[in-house]
Design a protein. Sequence first.
Length: 149
Amino acid sequence: ASAASMYESAVLEQDKSKQQTLLSDVARDYRGTSYAAMAQMLLARLDTANAEKHLQAIITSSKAMDAWKWQARLDLAELYLENKDAAKAAAVLADPVGPAYEQLRQYLLAKSSSDAAARKDHLQKALDAQSYDADLKQKIERMLADSAS
């Protein structure tokens, strides 16, 4: 109950610095709970300097739901791609994810690939996957069309 209360206080906090402190407290004091994993997910967005650490904590948490772990892996891969580390991104994306996450996974695999044929294959798989993001689908379609030219 105290983890839930502290997490709720953190989410409702308007001051970003105080919010980050509260979330860090939840992650530290309630390690091994689902509240710690949820706090780490929010911290990854607030504390960008330590985003990798927060995302890794979710991925390795025994209390994090699979969907949270999948999202953390995708976010971590995006972080690696932003930092121009395609090899690390591809490694994080190696394992499968749930169907709702597969389109983004394939898109990120395409972005991490230096091989044109592999990139095109990943883009096609992304296009064939379930789609929940119209903007991402359009981006994939454009990239696939560009690769055909």
